[in-house]
Design a protein around this ligand. Sequence first.
Ligand SMILES: [Zn+2]
Ligand SMILES: [Zn+2]
Length: 308
Amino acid sequence: MTPPKCTICKAKKTYFPVQVVLPSYNLKLCREHFLEWLEGRVAHTIKKYRMFTCEDKILVAVSGGKDSLGLWFLLHRLGYEADGLYIDLGIPEYSAESREHAQTLANRLGRTLHVVDMREELAPIGEMRNWTRKPPCSVCGTVKRYYMNRIAREKGYTVLATGHNLDDETAVLWNNTLHWNMEYLAKQYPVLAAQGPFLKKVKPLCLVSEKESALYTIFNRISYVKPECPYSTHASSLENKRFLQQLEEARPGTKITFYTGFLKNLSPLLHEPLKSTGVSLALCKVCGEPTTTEICFLCQLKQKMGKI
Ligand SMILES: [Zn+2]
Ligand SMILES: [Zn+2]
């Protein structure tokens, strides 16, 4: 039996082995054409949703995982000016390893990696957890959002990019739909416009599946941290991902249809009416960062821990 041929180059390079099979797009691609296809797809996503242009100064929030590092590399390949931001949460072993991967890529790209070390800022995340009733992933998310926005603004970046992929977005969409969480549904979009002190936030990998993202990173020989964060207890998010993956295997293309259908059909209906009734933002009385309460979560935590 002759091996399957790459959908794109079969005419000229019949000997080229297929390395990636993408049933949702009815494509079989060799390594070279997979990379080209994926980069073209992300370039198109960036333009379609007006994420940024070459004039923008982009800051990529890198965690040391495959998605954010792959995204940084890809933006660089597409010719965008992008630096990285790594927030070291001080998680034993895990943080040191992921930080190292982020630094290795920064050196390879010849770009700056800004690092915020939580042990110097306040305390390692493990210790912070003891001072609040919020679940660990929620503390981590709040801390990351706070510093991402602050550092990006202080250093003069115009856009913040995160590595959320199609699987992440679909799992969140599924969960918000199951609970008819209208406020979150209204906010779920690959671009969040700048609002006062909040920088524009974008998700250029929103149409790239987890598998495609992993292959892109591996094919480009980018080393990344493999295990999930040891503190993560995303039970429901993992369950949702597994469930959607089962649907995807039975009917290829389910995830992309579900997500893009939402963006096209439902999101425009939710966006405008809810936007105007959005939460009013104030500036934290202590640090001046945007917050919905008088004193931001981070400053409240600092006060509790006797650091200010
Ligand atoms: Zn090919
Ligand atoms: Zn504050």
